[in-house]
Design a protein around this ligand. Structure first.
Ligand SMILES: Cc1ncc(COP(=O)(O)O)c(C=O)c1O
Length: 412
């Protein structure tokens, strides 16, 4: 991305910058590779900024939501209710009620208990509600991927062994209309063949279950999990292999069955960078630290999931302090030993005032962080879209957070 120095000077640091042309490129690349009948539902959790959701809506995507907040955001930017699916464990009654009121395409139900709660809510409003069952299968897409499903006990989905009983329950419920099957069981898969094999198993599972239990399968949601390379040497996911494989897998499906895919990371990760400025450089016990003005309060992934992201230095030509080069750790300003954006990375000469840019953070970046810790200002977010820059989230000052707090009378 060009121009980061100017953007950092203009909007200050720390700063998230998203390149709209990369968001479009990723979407179009995937769209072109997938069979026409496969519908892309953007997983908003990867980057729920309104502007990003609006951009994908404009490109033609539906959305996969995981909360009432995401539902409101999707509706706010004009996503049609028929292009919304709601997945995720622990949906509250209030969230289910909001989804029912909005008449979204389907609720991916994660447990028998949730099915019964949907029934009660649907009965209250007096109409049938469309649901899919999220299943937790014993298969997973190969090695290297972060497994969400698989044969381990977990809060997501209904174990495949109980699927028939869950279908039977749904069929007994007067106000529930079971129309689909959802399986999302791995994240960040870079091996297209492994992803396809997994999708084949998902489709087979859904078709067999519908056949055996006699419900009309109106959709199969094969989840997300399309990976992006973060480390040097990792190969890009080959979406043409993925598209061809998925094409073969859906060929025999009835035209009545919609096929949904819900990628998050693949669409947003590469478009985003987190820009910080070097505040201090120090050496202690033989290790060099480049201390920057942003940290894991804005970008938690490096410590949360142990993910290393590419970093680069933009020299700002400052004279301040001694320049260091070589192996350094990049630490943020937080009073916790966890606050590293990168450890032991090779850097070119870096000086106080230079910029350190963490790359590929457009997915699960700011949204997955802890911005309140230590009351720093939040980062601003800027989107470059059709040659112009737009502040899509302004920086919030700590004083603004006081608006939600109060001090009991007599303590001041
Ligand atoms: C239900 C569901 N769908 C889709 C996604 C998106 O996954 P990814 O960003 O790996 O494509 C997630 C991520 O956690 C998810 O929970």
């Amino acid at each position: 991305m060009k121009d980061l120095q100017r953007l950092a000077d203009r909007y200050g640091t720390p700063l998230y910058v998203y390149d709209g042309s990369v968001l479009v490129r990723q979407y179009e690349k995937l769209r072109a590779a997938l069979p026409q009948r496969v519908e892309i539902f953007f997983a908003m959790k990867s980057n729920p900024n309104l502007a990003i959701v609006a951009l994908f809506r404009r490109l033609g995507a539906g959305v996969d939501i995981a909360s009432v907040g995401e539902l409101r955001a999707a509706l706010r930017v004009g996503v049609a209710p028929q292009k919304i699916v709601f997945s995720g464990p622990g949906k509250t009654d209030a969230e289910l009620e909001a989804a029912v009121a909005a008449d979204i395409f389907a609720i991916n139900v994660e447990s028998e208990g949730e099915l019964e709660r949907v029934q009660r809510i649907a009965q209250r409003v007096g109409r049938r509600v469309r649901v899919g069952l999220r299943l937790n299968p014993p298969f997973a897409p190969g090695e290297g991927a972060v497994i969400i499903g698989g044969a381990v006990p977990q809060k997501f989905g209904i174990d495949l062994a109980r699927a028939r009983a869950a279908v039977a329950l749904a069929q007994r419920l007067s106000h529930v209309e079971l129309i689909g099957i959802h399986i999302f069981n791995a994240s960040n898969v870079l091996d297209a063949e492994a992803w396809v094999k997994n999708a084949e198993s998902i489709i087979e599972t859904a078709v067999e279950l519908a056949r055996a239990t006699g419900f009309a399968l109106r959709y199969i949601d094969v989840g997300g999990g399309l990976g992006v390379p973060y480390r040097e040497g990792e190969r890009e996911l080959d979406v043409s292999v993925l598209g061809e494989g998925l094409g073969r897998a859906v060929r025999e499906l009835s035209a009545e069955t919609r096929v949904l895919i819900e990628p998050g990371r693949y669409l947003t990760a590469e478009a985003g960078v987190y820009v910080t400025r070097v505040v201090e450089i120090k050496e202690t016990r033989g290790e060099r630290f480049v201390v920057v003005d942003g940290g894991v309060h804005h970008l938690l992934r490096p410590v949360l999931v142990g993910q290393s992201h590419p970093v680069r230095v933009l020299s700002c030509g400052g004279e301040g302090g001694v320049g260091v080069a070589g192996r350094c750790s990049i630490a943020g300003p937080l009073c916790t030993a966890l606050d590293y954006l990168a450890r032991g990375v090779e850097l070119p000469v870096v000086r106080v005032g230079d910029l350190v840019v963490v790359e590929r953070v457009g997915a699960y970046g700011f949204t997955e962080s802890m911005p309140y810790f230590l009351s720093h200002p939040t980062p601003a977010e800027v989107l470059i879209w059709e040659g112009r820059e737009h502040v899509i989230r302004r920086r919030q000052r700590p004083e603004e957070l006081w608006a939600w707090q109060s001090v009991p009378e007599g303590l001041l």
